[in-house]
Write a protein of this length. Sequence first.
Length: 85
Amino acid sequence: MLRAAEQDRPDLIRARRCGRRSQGGLDPARLVFLDEAAEKPNMTRLRGPALRGQRLLAQAPHGHWRTTTIISSVRLEGQHRLHDP
Protein backbone atom coordinates (compact mmCIF):
# COMPACT_ATOMS: atom_id res chain seq x y z
CA MET A 1 0.00 0.00 0.00
CA LEU A 2 1.34 3.42 -0.95
CA ARG A 3 1.01 6.24 1.59
CA ALA A 4 2.36 9.75 2.01
CA ALA A 5 5.91 9.91 3.38
CA GLU A 6 4.91 12.93 5.51
CA GLN A 7 2.91 10.62 7.78
CA ASP A 8 6.19 9.47 9.36
CA ARG A 9 7.39 12.95 10.34
CA PRO A 10 7.75 13.22 14.16
CA ASP A 11 6.01 16.62 14.31
CA LEU A 12 2.97 15.27 12.45
CA ILE A 13 2.83 12.15 14.61
CA ARG A 14 2.79 14.37 17.75
CA ALA A 15 0.11 16.64 16.22
CA ARG A 16 -2.12 13.64 15.40
CA ARG A 17 -1.79 12.27 18.94
CA CYS A 18 -2.59 15.67 20.44
CA GLY A 19 -5.60 16.03 18.14
CA ARG A 20 -6.97 12.61 19.08
CA ARG A 21 -6.63 13.37 22.80
CA SER A 22 -8.46 16.69 22.45
CA GLN A 23 -11.41 15.10 20.61
CA GLY A 24 -12.76 13.69 23.88
CA GLY A 25 -13.52 17.23 25.10
CA LEU A 26 -15.68 18.13 22.08
CA ASP A 27 -19.38 18.74 22.63
CA PRO A 28 -21.25 16.78 19.90
CA ALA A 29 -24.15 19.26 20.06
CA ARG A 30 -21.82 21.99 18.78
CA LEU A 31 -20.39 20.02 15.84
CA VAL A 32 -21.55 20.44 12.24
CA PHE A 33 -20.80 17.81 9.63
CA LEU A 34 -20.14 19.34 6.20
CA ASP A 35 -20.32 17.27 3.04
CA GLU A 36 -19.40 18.34 -0.47
CA ALA A 37 -20.25 16.41 -3.59
CA ALA A 38 -19.75 17.26 -7.25
CA GLU A 39 -21.22 16.00 -10.49
CA LYS A 40 -20.10 16.52 -14.06
CA PRO A 41 -22.07 15.39 -17.11
CA ASN A 42 -18.90 14.01 -18.71
CA MET A 43 -18.74 11.48 -15.86
CA THR A 44 -21.62 9.60 -17.54
CA ARG A 45 -21.04 5.86 -17.67
CA LEU A 46 -20.31 4.55 -21.14
CA ARG A 47 -21.18 0.94 -20.36
CA GLY A 48 -23.95 -0.81 -18.47
CA PRO A 49 -26.00 -3.99 -18.16
CA ALA A 50 -28.08 -5.19 -21.11
CA LEU A 51 -29.68 -8.44 -22.16
CA ARG A 52 -27.33 -10.81 -23.96
CA GLY A 53 -27.16 -9.86 -27.62
CA GLN A 54 -28.95 -6.54 -27.01
CA ARG A 55 -27.29 -3.15 -27.30
CA LEU A 56 -27.63 -0.82 -24.32
CA LEU A 57 -29.41 2.37 -25.38
CA ALA A 58 -29.38 5.35 -23.03
CA GLN A 59 -29.28 9.12 -23.11
CA ALA A 60 -26.69 11.50 -21.74
CA PRO A 61 -26.58 15.30 -21.61
CA HIS A 62 -24.68 17.07 -24.36
CA GLY A 63 -23.19 20.53 -24.35
CA HIS A 64 -21.52 22.49 -21.59
CA TRP A 65 -19.50 20.31 -19.20
CA ARG A 66 -19.96 22.44 -16.10
CA THR A 67 -19.57 21.04 -12.62
CA THR A 68 -22.52 21.07 -10.22
CA THR A 69 -21.36 21.25 -6.61
CA ILE A 70 -23.63 20.44 -3.67
CA ILE A 71 -22.70 21.34 -0.10
CA SER A 72 -24.81 20.18 2.84
CA SER A 73 -24.56 20.34 6.60
CA VAL A 74 -26.00 18.18 9.35
CA ARG A 75 -26.00 18.73 13.10
CA LEU A 76 -26.70 16.32 15.95
CA GLU A 77 -30.39 17.26 15.99
CA GLY A 78 -30.73 16.85 12.20
CA GLN A 79 -30.59 19.03 9.15
CA HIS A 80 -30.60 22.76 9.63
CA ARG A 81 -33.69 24.47 8.13
CA LEU A 82 -33.37 28.09 7.13
CA HIS A 83 -37.11 28.82 7.00
CA ASP A 84 -39.99 27.09 8.72
CA PRO A 85 -43.24 27.20 6.74
